[in-house]
Design a protein around this ligand. Sequence first.
Ligand code: PBG
Length: 340
Amino acid sequence: MAGSPLFFALGAYPHTRLRRNRRDPWSRRLVAETRLAVDDLIWPVFVQEGRKTHTPVRSMPGVERLSVDLLVKAAGEAVGLGIPAIAIFPAIDPKRKTPEGEESVNPDNLICRAVRAVKKAQPGLGIICDVALDPYTSHGHDGLLRGGEIVNDETVAVLCRQAVVQAEAGCDVIAPSDMMDGRVGAIRRALDEAGHQNIRILAYAAKYASAFYGPFRDAVGSAANLGAGDKRSYQMDPANGDEALREVAFDIAEGADMVMIKPGLPYLDIIRRVKETFAVPTFAYQVSGEYSMLKAAAAASWLDGDKAMMECLLAFKRAGADGILTYAAPQAAKLLGSRT
Ligand code: PBG
């Protein structure tokens, strides 16, 4: 726009003064181009074994792993705040982690029990479950390890079983976060064959090999297992943008109902390109490291925590995201609710 003949025809200072519209709250409200609403929020939560137990996640201030009974209470809180959906992540007992991650397809595993309990208590709350093996594998990778390599097709076969098991437990949205090739199409077929045509797929379509996942790996206890390992043979190179469009194109063609870009703030350009190219429901994940940076700076009084958080969330909307996964969903919902 700027630089085009039309732009110059619009008039310039002193006739035009852009500050006029910024003068008063009422006119700022009228001309605001982007809005953040509670309807845009997905709240990622962590579940652990036990009863009435909650364990703070050391690297995520204000975030706790909850036993299923307390998770049900948190789900009630989400409904009370108007948050449409939660994404549940399990912290699996280390004794149940194996090289092949068999616990991932156990219909009575922690995530399935959590989903059943939340669905029963809050049937109107959307439940999203990751499909990936990292909470379950002793090596902390999202897939099966064969001779030092994460094998694609064999992993996809297990992911399909994991998706069906989670759908059967009552999960509404299956979110493959593993970044294997071809998994969205395979999972769609597996769900359909099992009679779950209405279960949605939210594809972690453009998921980057990011340093910002560190606190999450603490939360689900996969950091120690992964050790010095990294996920660069399956997650995307932060240098690449065109490749994200190819990932998204494949996932849509394979049947994804919604796509996600992850992490969020360092990848706003990708959100914008994906939304403009495909015009499909597009979500951003403000990941653990983004959340923790803001919380740490706020705790040190270096930033106004509420304002900085709301500014980041609004930036996702301005970039083109339809919604945002954020650990700050309750905080944001409360702030939105108290606005005049
Ligand atoms: C698991 C998964 C990860 C996240 C979501 N699902 C971690 C990873 O890929 O290592 C990260 C979320 C966050 O950092 O908040 N595949």
